[in-house]
Design a binder for this molecule. Structure first.
Ligand code: DP6
Length: 326
């Protein structure tokens, strides 16, 4: 009745922004991401007959009431699948600083799903696990499979799933997470997406996605960093254009974010192949090949306002481990 799982966070190359079905967390478009080796969540779940309620805690930070409620709802779903009415103890920890601005919901709900399913001895395929993790947090489905992952938008719960496009060792890509503001983001992704339809740019984005997905997959097949990077930046800027044109507008970037984005263009002009992407926060992810790591770290040293950096390489997806947290 006890199991522990570890799961990576992921960075989207083509982003998920907007839901076609809020309750089922069906996305308005398909997305593609890379698992982040240095940003993981480990979670132990134990179902115990004597518990009167779920006991949920995080080792280094406190969960808010809302966060605990979201975890309970997810546990209810898994209990329902197993036909069992029994509460659980859940203990979780992130290996990246909770204040790093990295969304822990992807790694968190992926680890929780894998651990709880195993603790209840439910036999789910990888595809079914991705569907389950998606119901906790959309991007969590992309943290289940290995390496580079596509989340197919689908048209119902069973057909909105994620699968591995390539294993982690396929391409020596790096993601350097540059933390410029470690505070929690102002508007959560779930909340921000609620008003996505107020953006006049959403339809244009959705029309552009199929061709963008094709270009991204072609670039990955050829390991063509330049084409990949162009698509990554195009989609990031497109998502932020949608965010900024929503009512009320969502501005996630700050002055340091913009300074780094401009510097990246300059570094490319100097011959360093590096590209940026940004999620729902001010921190910047730099995408490049391992061979250019030292040059990029050196160039980044000159930028003011950087609080911290985390270097990630492509990683395996969520998996069970033997070391329980309690
Ligand atoms: C901007 O998966 O956090 O990071 O489904 O409401 O939990 P919920 O949203 P979430 O959204 C992630 C949005 C993003 C882009 C991405 O990762 O694709």
């Amino acid at each position: 009745m006890k199991a522990t799982a570890i799961a990576p966070a992921n960075i989207a190359f083509i982003k998920y922004w907007g839901k076609a079905d809020t309750k089922l967390r069906l996305p308005v478009n398909s997305s593609v991401s890379m698992n982040l080796g240095s940003c993981t969540t480990t979670t132990t779940v134990e179902f115990r007959q004597e518990l009167k309620k779920d006991e949920i805690s995080c080792l280094k930070e406190d969960f808010s009431f809302k966060e605990k409620q979201r975890i309970r709802t997810h546990l209810d779903l898994i209990r329902c699948k197993a036909g069992l009415m029994c509460f659980a103890s859940v203990l979780t920890t992130n290996n990246f600083p909770g204040s790093s601005g990295v969304a822990s919901s992807a790694s968190g709900f992926a680890a929780l799903s894998v651990a709880a399913v195993s603790a209840l001895n439910l036999k789910l395929s990888e595809k079914e696990l991705t569907v389950l993790a998606r119901l906790g947090s959309g991007s969590a489905c992309r943290s289940i499979p290995d390496g580079f992952v596509e989340w197919v938008k689908g048209d119902g719960s069973g057909s909105s799933y994620a699968y591995s496009l390539y294993p982690p060792g396929y391409w020596d890509l790096c993601d350097l997470l540059v933390i410029v503001d470690s505070r929690t983001k102002k508007v959560s992704t779930t909340k921000g997406m609620e008003t996505v339809r107020t953006s006049p740019l959403l339809n244009k984005r959705l029309l552009a996605i199929p061709d963008r997905m094709k270009r991204l997959k072609d670039a990955m097949a050829k390991k063509d960093l330049r084409s990949l990077g162009e698509v990554i930046e195009e989609d990031c800027l497109d998502m932020h254009a949608v965010m900024q044109s929503q009512t009320p507008p969502l501005y996630y970037r700050n002055e340091t974010t913009k300074r780094i984005m401009e510097a990246v263009v300059g570094w490319r002009n100097e011959g360093i192949p590096v590209y940026f992407t940004i999620d729902a926060g001010p921190n910047v992810h730099l995408i490049f090949e391992g061979k250019d790591k030292d040059r990029i770290l050196h160039a980044l040293n000159k930028i003011k306002g950087v609080e911290n950096i985390i270097l990630n390489i492509p990683a395996s997806g969520a998996r069970l481990i033997n070391e329980d947290l309690f």
